[in-house]
Design a protein around this ligand. Structure first.
Ligand code: ZN
Length: 118
């Protein structure tokens, strides 16, 4: 789902992506050169337990809050993650993919290892 940055209104807009059991939905609005995105990501993700190496299904249900910037962003925002987009188009599929990639890189424990840890 690609959105033309110039056409984004200052009011709250909604987005929704649903594919292959993945849901990514929420709201976005424009503020100056940024697009504020607040949404939810739900997905069953195949991950590997960092402790025992077993494959297991992780039920992802995460709040996604970030700002997207039109072009290269050189500053630093303390309170928010910033993603950049180019060509004047904000691509929610791309954001979704990068969020999934970063979740994959997190530390995961399968249920059995979680139990052992307690
Ligand atoms: Zn494990």
């Amino acid at each position: 789902m690609r959105v033309d940055f110039k056409k984004i209104k200052n009011k709250t807009n909604k987005f929704k992506i649903e594919k292959d059991g993945t849901k990514f939905f929420g709201e976005f609005s424009k503020s100056k050169d940024f697009v504020d995105i607040k949404g939810k990501l739900q997905k069953n993700l195949d991950v590997i337990c960092d402790r025992c190496g077993k494959d297991f299904l992780l039920k992802v249900d995460e709040e996604i809050v970030l700002k997207a910037h039109d072009g290269v962003f050189k500053g630093y925002l303390e309170d928010s993650d910033v993603v950049e987009f180019y060509d004047g188009y904000l691509d929610f599929d791309e954001i979704l993919n990068s969020e999934i990639e970063s979740i994959k890189l997190d530390y995961h424990l399968c249920d059995e290892c979680k139990k052992e840890k307690i």
